[in-house]
Design a protein around this ligand. Structure first.
Ligand code: PLP
Length: 425
């Protein structure tokens, strides 16, 4: 591919010196609203004849740089930044679904997504059906006339397993359905879902993209590949919009119509805008994404190898290990590394898990991943506790499971902390 490489895009894409002050870093445009040139200008902005800033709920120059940067890194046509990863998911499904409709999701997802899909979405009368991420035919078997999308994570939380994106995309496209990929755990540094057939990518920017555990954010990236006008199954994109002079979004905006729909209908009406300050923090984090992710992966592999040889450890599930069942998929989809989040099992089960987590010192015990700092959680007693026992196991969060998110500290310090805590567990 021509044009700047990933590392260069991470620093520069979407940004330029501020035209009015020359400021080199992207300014935080901490304003709610923007002055119109005149009445005609205002009218053309409101009518979508012209792009421009009106009100920070819909668009803001700091957000815009973040959006362009993530779209460039993912290889999409456009992006929309929002307040959190969950807000991104809500807006994506609101653009695709009407009451009484269904989508199919991998059963191995972030615990919060399992709750959002399985419980909160019921109040919109949207039904999720769970499929086995390792069996593309289990997605296909559940497709009905009401199905509107398929949703997976590229590297699945909490187990760190890599999915066969291309095989699942093939199923989706055979049934004219868009494939949505949550690329939070991999980031585009490790995996580019659009290259494997994804149509929409979502992220929690809260995790590795921002990378410092200090700001919430989410993003929707439009791959520009899906034909929203093939039939009338996606009326938000294929039907005239009364509030915008009857324009049809897919006709007017072509290969970035989905991102526009999410902005001018979803974000405008549902409202979860990201603050300019958080957009700035995440943008700053993304500048070092390639350096951080490589270090996260290198450290994680060394830690996984060490744990694998430890006599208190029953098993380690990390696709970066050469003998892991997921290693081949990892080499196909994430050749630079298998990410920094993985699970292992303690021989002592639930009680050993609780003791181990409490004995760690350098590791922080908390419900997050993708921080510069090393993090730990015992999913069965925390993030996944509200799930039924069989759901816990299906989601990779059984009683003996410990999840690590390996930070960018010196790896010998990380291993020393794990060893002293294992000795106490
Ligand atoms: C954290 C997370 C989310 C939700 O994102 P928030 O920013 O916390 O709303 C979604 N998917 C994955 C894989 C996550 O790790």
């Amino acid at each position: 591919m021509n044009g700047p490489k990933f590392e260069t895009l991470a620093v520069h894409a979407g940004a330029q010196p501020d035209p009015s002050t020359g400021a080199r870093a992207t300014p935080i445009y901490q304003t709610t609203s923007f002055v119109f040139d005149d009445v005609d200008h205002a009218a053309s902005l409101f009518g979508l004849q012209q792009f421009g800033n009106i009100y920070t709920r819909i668009m803001n120059p700091t957000q815009a740089v973040l959006e362009e940067r993530v779209a460039a890194l993912e290889g999409g046509t456009a992006a929309l930044a929002v307040a959190s990863g969950h807000a991104a998911q809500l807006i994506v499904f609101q653009a695709l679904m009407r009451p009484g409709e269904e989508f199919i999701a991998s059963s191995k997802l972030y615990g919060g997504s399992i709750n959002q899909f399985g419980h909160a979405f019921k109040s919109f009368d949207w039904a999720v059906k769970w499929a086995d991420p390792f069996d593309p035919s289990s997605f296909e078997a559940q497709i009905t006339e009401k199905t509107k999308a398929i949703f997976i994570e590229s590297i699945a939380n909490p187990g760190g397993v890599v999915l066969d994106i291309a095989a699942i995309a093939e199923v989706a496209h055979r049934h004219k359905l868009p494939l949505i990929v949550d690329n939070t755990m991999a980031t585009p540094y490790l995996c580019k879902p659009f290259e494997h057939g994804a149509d929409i990518v979502v992220h929690s920017l809260t995790k590795f993209m921002g990378g410092h555990g200090n700001s919430m954010g989410g993003v929707i990236v439009d791959g520009g590949t899906f034909d929203w006008s093939a039939d009338d199954r996606y009326p938000m994109l294929s039907q005239p919009r009364p509030e915008y002079n009857g324009i049809v979004l897919h006709e007017t905006f072509g290969n970035f119509a989905f991102a526009i729909a999410c902005r001018v209908l979803g974000l405008r009406d549902l409202g979860p805008a990201i603050s300019p300050f958080n957009a700035f923090m995440i943008l700053t984090g993304i500048e070092t994404l390639p350096l951080r992710m490589q270090r996260h992966c290198d450290n994680a592999l060394k830690v996984a190898e060490h744990l694998k040889g430890h006599d208190k450890v029953a098993w380690v599930s990390y696709a970066g290990l050469p003998d892991d069942p997921g290693h081949q998929r990892m080499q196909a989809y994430c050749p630079k590394g298998a990410g920094a989040v993985f699970t292992f099992g303690l021989k002592g089960g639930y009680d050993a898990g609780v003791k181990f987590v409490e004995a760690l010192d350098l590791f922080s015990h908390l419900a997050n991943i993708g921080d510069t700092r090393s993090l730990v959680i015992h999913p069965a007693s925390t993030t996944h506790r509200q799930l039924a026992d069989d759901q816990k196991v299906a989601a990779g969060a059984g009683p003996d499971v410990v999840r690590l998110s390996i930070g960018i500290e010196e790896v010998s310090d990380i291993i020393a902390d794990l060893d002293q805590a294992l000795a106490q567990a």
